[in-house]
Design a protein around this ligand. Structure first.
Ligand code: F6P
Length: 334
């Protein structure tokens, strides 16, 4: 189902912005929106600093040559921000006024569900069409199997954990590695399998401290001298990864325990080929959707095909973890 806006078939000007946390592949998506617009002879504008820039009128034309050499760059050339002012009607009025001044009829929002919520309200209140492109490393958006930057973050994490493993082995240590994922365990689950973690702790499943302790005791008994426990930032056991590690060290004295929090290094760096291709496809699909008169939808990928999901659904729906992966991880730790 797609919602359509009557004035859209004659779209001549589209603006693009990045909002919320940055993710690798955002630049490639900006490039794609700009070049797809050029292909369809639509004028394209870049908004600096997300919705805040929209309110402050930081809107400038972008042509195919303004996006040279950015496909390989992490971060976002448009910069990103979280705008409190855009949460107010007055803020959104200012933003709309600035778009109107330049005759812009449509907006491509590259960001996460918070950014889509803002975009949805905006297009309900004003005569503006909005299409979302999911950009977040967390992969926690309903309506797409992959968000922009997720694949890159997975590879960054696996590379980092491979290095941590060298020290773990050399010193017979147990490492707790915290990865991003405020509400979702996708990064922890996939990198946990990819990096050969002993245990994977994710917000979707509360394993409990005692079961974790028992499991680590068993693995020690089975002859493992070192181990990696992958912990998603939003995991519910204990207050935080340090508290968790302390508890295990007190109750499993055979192990020397260390904690490594990977943090924002997971959000940076050159996008993988997968993310670059995904970004190029999503940007084109976003522009084509707007040309077709579609608004209030998000572009996504499912089984290799580009799809659209109403923003309302994308915001409300939950991207579930793959329980098959949980089973694989359990067997792989034997
Ligand atoms: O992009 C989402 C996310 O990666 C979360 O997993 C994490 O909690 C958050 O970003 C951190 O955001 P900030 O940069 O605002 O600290």
């Amino acid at each position: 189902m797609t919602s359509t806006n009557s004035n859209i078939s004659k779209i001549t000007k589209i603006a693009v912005l990045t909002s919320g946390g940055d993710s690798p592949g955002m630049n490639a998506a900006i490039r794609s929106v700009v070049r797809s617009c050029a292909y369809y002879k639509i004028s394209c504008f870049g908004v600096k600093q997300g919705y805040q820039g929209l309110i402050e009128g930081k809107i400038n034309p972008l042509g195919p040559r303004s996006v040279n050499n950015i496909i390989n760059k992490g971060g976002t050339i448009l910069k990103s921000a979280r705008s409190n002012e855009f949460r107010t009607k007055e803020g959104r009025e200012k933003a709309f006024h600035n778009l109107q001044k330049q005759g812009i009829e449509a907006l491509v929002v590259i960001g996460g569900d918070g950014s889509f919520t803002g975009g949805l309200i905006f297009q309900e209140e004003f005569e503006i069409s909005v299409i979302g492109i999911p950009g977040t490393i967390d992969n926690d958006i309903f309506g797409t199997s992959h968000t922009l930057g997720y694949d890159t973050a997975l590879n960054t994490v696996v590379e980092a954990v491979d290095k941590i493993r060298d020290t773990a082995i050399s010193h017979n240590r147990l490492f707790f590695v915290e990865v991003m994922g405020r509400d979702a365990g996708h990064i922890a689950l996939n990198t946990g399998i990819g990096a050969g973690a002993e245990e994977i702790l994710i917000p979707e499943e509360d394993m409990g401290l005692e079961r974790l302790l028992e499991s680590l005791k068993r693995s020690k008994k089975s002859g493992k001298l070192s181990s990696i426990v992958m912990v998603a930032e939003g995991d519910k056991i204990g207050k935080n990864v340090f508290e968790l590690a302390e508890y295990i060290e007190e109750n499993l004295p055979d192990y020397e325990v260390r904690v490594s929090v990977l943090g924002h290094m997971q959000r940076g760096g050159a996008p993988t080929c997968f993310d670059r291709v995904l970004a190029s496809r999503m940007g084109l699909k976003a522009v084509e959707a707007l040309r077709d008169g579609i608004s209030a939808n998000m572009v996504g990928i499912n089984c290799g095909k580009m799809i659209l999901t109403p923003l309302k659904k994308a915001i409300k729906g939950k991207s579930k973890i793959d329980t098959e992966l949980v089973r694989v991880s359990e067997i792989m730790r034997l």
